[in-house]
Ligand binder design. Structure first.
Ligand SMILES: Nc1ncnc2c1ncn2[C@@H]1O[C@H](COP(=O)(O)OP(=O)(O)OP(=O)(O)O)[C@@H](O)[C@H]1O
Ligand SMILES: [Mg+2]
Length: 323
């Protein structure tokens, strides 16, 4: 189990990770999802004892990263960002080297290496030079190295980045397999990846966790309501926006853009209501000209962008109902 409490990392006063708390239960696969620079790698480096936190702490399998880093490291397998490997070693040689670093005994080593070669589907390249391997194979070697010593927890930093679609699918399949025996925290900036791999996601933005749930629940929570797109020729942005916002069930109105003399808005309502009829009625009553009125299905990408935007200052043109 992983338990982070108020983990904070400051770089020259700037908070790269800002009081982050979360738990990962035994056997869970949890995705740490966030755009570039959100703080994913920094969190992972603190959890793996490569970087001391400025404030806060964490325990992994009950061991504190501050007081018991040796035991923490014994219980985790870490695939760092960019999967650094020794190019001039053969696969088996590299795994042997890594097993040595993990203090795996001489007798055990052979068995441990054999096991990860098999588990990560890299038996056929065990005698090849790492420099000659494709990215997909390299990633599997990196995962194999993380697995040495059968750690309870795996921490994987963007495990599929840079791979081609086939390699991505293979690597995901492998991670899913590993999830049956290990607790996994993985980072990604791709929502779809988090959805494909994780039981639960933590959404990180500007060093803070802004949401934590299953992707299905997040989707429900964010897009449960209906979103409609309206293009209308009205008096001015504020007037139109406020009229829409006063309609029953409407929770958000966002001004998108101006095209010709038309103003484009996104109107969001709570889950039960489809605001199209009411919006149409309002436009008719005011004698505004309507050019488009469509129901929008929000993609997961939209939801993610909306969430990471909403954690900061609301956009200037966005009006939010406060009742
Ligand atoms: N050694 C460092 N010195 C100063 N600032 C740093 C350092 N390492 C990271 N940062 C800053 O901390 C913030 C978080 O970086 P981090 O690498 O953890 O993000 P990330 O979510 O892993 O991003 P990416 O998706 O690009 O890998 C960024 O603003 C980054 O510039
Ligand atoms: Mg990173």
């Amino acid at each position: 189990m992983i338990k982070a409490e108020n983990l904070t990392k400051k770089y020259s006063g700037l908070k790269a990770v800002d009081s982050v708390s979360f738990e990962v239960e035994d056997g869970e696969i949890v995705g740490l999802l966030g755009p570039n620079g959100a703080g994913k790698t920094t969190i992972m480096r603190m959890l793996t004892c490569f970087l001391p936190p400025s404030e806060g702490s964490a325990t992994l399998c009950g061991y504190s990263i501050l007081k018991d880093s040796r035991r923490v490291r014994q219980n985790i397998g870490y695939l760092p960002e960019n999967n650094p490997l020794y190019e001039d070693m053969r696969v088996k040689e590299y795994l042997n080297h890594r097993a040595g670093l993990k203090s795996i005994g001489f007798r055990e080593k052979r068995r441990a290496i054999h096991k990860v070669l098999e588990k990560c589907w890299i038996e056929d390249v065990q005698n090849k030079m790492i420099s000659s391997l494709s990215k997909g194979y390299r990633q599997r070697v990196g995962l194999g190295a993380a697995l040495l010593g059968a750690p309870k927890i795996l921490i994987l930093d963007e495990p599929t980045v840079g791979l081609d679609p086939k390699q991505i699918l293979e690597t995901r399949k492998l991670i899913k397999e590993l999830g049956k025996e290990h607790t996994i925290l993985l980072s990604t900036h791709i929502l779809h990846e988090a959805e494909a791999l994780s039981d639960r996601v933590l959404i990180l933005s500007d060093g803070k966790i802004i949401a934590s749930d299953t992707t299905a629940k997040l989707r429900e929570q964010m897009a449960g309501g209906k979103t409609i797109y309206v293009e209308v020729k009205g008096p001015d942005i504020e007037t139109v926006k406020n009229r829409f916002l006063s309609l029953e069930g409407v929770t958000h109105v966002t001004f998108e853009t101006r095209m010709d003399d038309y103003l484009a808005f996104l109107v969001q309502s709570s889950s039960e209501t489809d605001p199209r009829a009411l919006v149409y009625q309002t436009i008719k009553e005011n004698n505004w000209q309507l050019r488009e009125l469509t129901l929008r299905k929000m993609s997961l990408e939209d939801i993610f962008i909306q969430m990471t935007n909403q954690s900061t200052v609301p956009r200037k043109e966005e009006a939010v109902k406060t009742s």
